[in-house]
Design a protein around this ligand. Structure first.
Ligand SMILES: *Cc1c(COP(=O)(O)O)cnc(C)c1O
Length: 365
């Protein structure tokens, strides 16, 4: 387990916060904000309660609301689209591409309308979306760009860090992310001073000073404890991501040559991929069978994501059939994320590899 080797340092940070009497925001948070800003290559970082709240806060700071449309990929975690709907705007779903699982920018372009105010590229599984094309599209249509970098702190696209390219970037420290807190936490980043100031105000109920509310915000504050614990772990992030990349390279080598059954993920040469997930595609309708086979061998795997957002019950609109998004629908049927934790040992990885090979060969593919 990732936190075990850091136990003594984490406990020391816990005791320091306990003694300080400051449990929310404060110095511990300011230190984390400065460190994440520098890691992400941005000027301003605002510590928040979760990655979800970072997206929500970005939309609120941009003044996006009823009547507005926001384009986002359908093949993503719910929060990306849920936040758009929560501010009263309409999520407009675009298709993804099967090479890197990220949004298909040409498809996004076709969905722009006079009501479109923003686009949310998601850097899925640790690899950044095609940000040059996204930024070009956004500037042509005057759209704000919110990079949902929940899974991609530390990844790069043509030398630019995740979260540093768009109007806003959002990070999650949910325990399963490359940098995981011991609970919920997140971060919003931007290079815009006025947007950062607005977001800071919205984080504390829109108060300019205590009890004087300029805006209608919410409680999006991060705990001092989570910030202190994350500061212990942040120096290890690059190492965690390097281990994941080593595991990915080994899977790529060991699982190659079975393309009729299993398609492997790839990193574009111009990207630095941090491998939050190693997601394969199992063709021939055999994905669930492989998941069960792995489970029978004591190996956990996850389906990210079994149903794309455009087909979710909560986004159904009476009388309207959602546009088909063929790639997203295919990915939802084929994707399986296999173990890639930084701490995975070589023999644990050997077991995953031989279990997958056993499945492929026994199923006669
Ligand atoms: C994890 C995640 C979020 C939400 O982060 P939380 O900290 O769990 O609220 C948002 N978007 C994506 C793509 C994620 O993977």
């Amino acid at each position: 387990m990732q936190n075990a080797p850091l136990g003594a340092e984490l406990e020391e940070a816990f005791r320091r916060v306990l003694k300080s009497g400051q449990y929310i925001l404060g110095q511990e948070v300011e230190r984390l904000e400065a460190a994440v800003a520098s890691q992400a290559g941005v000027q301003f970082a605002i510590g928040v309660s979760s990655g979800t709240d970072a997206i929500l806060l970005a939309l609120m700071a941009l003044g996006i609301g009823p009547g507005d449309e926001v384009i986002c990929p359908s093949f993503t975690f719910f929060a990306t689209a849920g936040c758009v709907a929560r501010v009263g705007a309409t999520p407009v779903f675009c298709d993804s591409n099967a090479q890197d699982f990220n949004l298909d920018v040409e498809d996004a372009a076709r969905r722009i309308s006079p009501r479109t105010k923003a686009i949310i590229p998601v850097h899925l599984f640790g690899q950044m979306a095609e940000m040059d094309a996204v930024m070009e599209l956004a500037s042509r249509h005057n759209l704000a760009v919110i990079e949902d970098a929940a899974q991609s702190l530390g990844s790069l696209h043509r030398g630019h860090a995740a979260g540093s390219i768009g109007t806003f970037g959002t990070f999650s420290f949910y325990p399963s992310k490359n940098l995981g807190a011991i609970g919920d936490a997140g971060m919003l980043v931007t290079n815009s001073e006025p947007l950062a100031a607005t977001a800071r105000m919205l984080r504390v109920h829109g108060a300019e000073s205590k009890y004087f509310h300029k805006l209608i915000g919410g409680n999006f504050r991060i705990d001092s404890l989570q910030a202190a614990l994350l500061m212990v772990k942040l120096p290890h992030l690059a190492g965690y991501s390097r281990h994941r990349a080593e595991h990915a390279a080994r899977y790529n080598a060991e699982l190659a040559g079975m393309e009729s059954s299993i398609l492997l993920p790839s990193a574009h040469p111009y990207n630095h991929h941090i491998w939050n997930q190693y997601t394969v595609r199992i063709t021939n309708g055999r994905r669930n069978a492989l998941k069960n086979h792995l489970a029978a061998n004591g190996i956990g795997s996850e389906i990210y994501y079994p149903r794309p957002m455009h087909l979710q019950e909560c986004f159904a609109r009476p009388g309207l059939t959602p546009d088909p998004l063929p790639v997203c629908e295919k990915l939802a049927e084929e994707c399986l994320s296999i173990p890639i934790a930084a701490e995975m040992t070589r023999s644990q990885q050997d077991e995953v590899i031989s279990s997958i090979k056993g499945f492929v060969f026994s199923s006669g593919a």
